[in-house]
Design a protein around this ligand. Structure first.
Ligand code: CP3
Length: 352
């Protein structure tokens, strides 16, 4: 089917169209770098309660669009709402990030239940329904979930910032046991994403932030295989919805990820070489990325140079401009403004 000229640019790019000015959004575009986010955030102590408050979640989702006119809004929530909905204890501790009661046995896995998702995450679905009525006409709405491997890492380690050693060793020592957790997360994630689409998400992204710590065999088993299954299930219920995968820091394995999983788009970390991405990945799917979030933090000439290089290398094919990882907390908002200006002005800003 031909894409329509009046279709949202973000969706056109995900159908494989090359746009002269690529669409853009930023991972963590809503967040603490924005004073208006900190203002709203200060109304709730508990971060999960904040995610489950539709009034506040709708507001902070829209904040970055008002300033920078991104081509997509991403639902404001977190990947750890899934362990919370499954029945694991999850807390966000000021200054420490997420803390979970670690899952270390099959009996703990057996205590989790996919059946609670619809009720527990009802406020998230309400946020999506309201956003689909409120975002600008040309803006697309992105839903998301953590990929099973990355969510399992948090569930097993009980926190972030580790080398994922407990999860990796459990996966080697008892793949049948660890596989039970991954299977449960495949089921939960597919159901969660399908329900997001039914409530207004037009695209979904799977965040596999810890994909890069795995060996090749383990990457195939815990990243590629579960992603294949989730893509299959989501496409069976919602054939038209594009899916973006983000196997962060997967290196050369990005190629197999793209070839085998059936994703429509792939989000690339800043370590992926641009010419290789263009020649190897972009011929197979839409590529998204991959400005270094530290270049955005630094601003100035480095930001301009890095941004224009990415635009030059990747805007000749299906491409969505993004960062290689989320916006950092102390990023000056005016640097994001400069980035938006460079992209909105492209190709005029290219300078030839
Ligand atoms: O704007 C958006 O991108 C949408 C919202 C969003 C958040 N988290 C909000 C958030 C999205 C898509 C995420 C994804 C997420 N959450 C990932 C995958 C992407 C990545 O960054 O690798 C991961 C690993 C998490 C888990 C998580 N959530 C951690 C480790 C932390 C603590 C670290 C930190 O920055 O504080 C969070 C908290 C969180 N999620 C915040 C936001 C805006 C900050 C919390 C606050 O405002 O108090």
């Amino acid at each position: 089917m031909d894409t329509q000229a009046d279709e949202k640019p973000f969706l056109r790019a995900l159908k494989g169209e090359t746009l002269s000015r690529p669409p853009f959004w930023l991972m963590r575009q809503a967040g603490r770098y924005l004073p208006e986010y900190r203002e709203v955030r200060s109304q709730t102590k508990n971060f999960l309660e904040f995610c489950y408050n539709s009034d506040l979640a709708v507001e902070v989702t829209l904040q970055p669009l008002r300033r920078y006119n991104m081509d997509a809004a991403i639902l404001f929530s977190d990947i750890l709402v899934i362990p919370d909905a499954l029945g694991q204890e999850v807390a966000f501790v000021e200054g420490r990030g997420p803390v979970l009661e670690p899952i270390t046995s099959v009996s703990a896995i057996d205590g989790l239940s996919v059946g609670r998702i619809d009720e527990h995450l009802a406020p998230v679905f309400e946020t999506l329904r309201r956003l689909s009525g409120e975002i600008p006409e040309q803006t697309a709405l992105i839903g998301f979930a953590g990929a099973p491997w990355t969510v399992a890492v948090y569930m097993v380690e009980g926190r972030g910032g580790t080398d994922c050693g407990k999860a990796r060793s459990w996966a080697y020592a008892a793949p049948d046991e660890f596989g039970k957790l991954i299977d449960l997360l495949v089921e939960a994630t597919a159901h969660y994403l399908i329900t997001q689409v039914k409530n207004g998400a037009e695209v979904v992204q799977l965040f596999d932030s810890w994909a890069g710590v795995l060996s090749e065999s383990q990457f195939r088993q815990w990243v590629i295989a579960p992603t294949i299954e989730i893509v299959k299930r989501v496409k069976a219920e919602c054939p038209a919805v594009p899916i973006i995968g983000f196997p962060r820091a997967a290196g050369k394995l990005y190629e197999d990820f793209v070839n085998e999983t059936g994703v429509d788009g792939v989000s690339m970390d800043s370590g992926v070489p641009l010419a290789w991405a263009r020649d190897t990945l972009q011929s197979r799917c839409t590529v998204q990325g991959n400005l270094d979030n530290q270049a955005l933090m630094a601003g100035g000439e480095a930001l301009d140079r890095e941004t224009l290089e990415i635009l030059k290398q990747l805007s000749g094919g299906p491409f969505i401009f993004n960062l290689g990882h989320g916006v950092l907390q102390f990023t000056p908002p005016e640097h994001v403004g400069r980035l938006a200006e460079l992209i909105h002005g492209w190709p005029g800003t290219g300078g030839g």
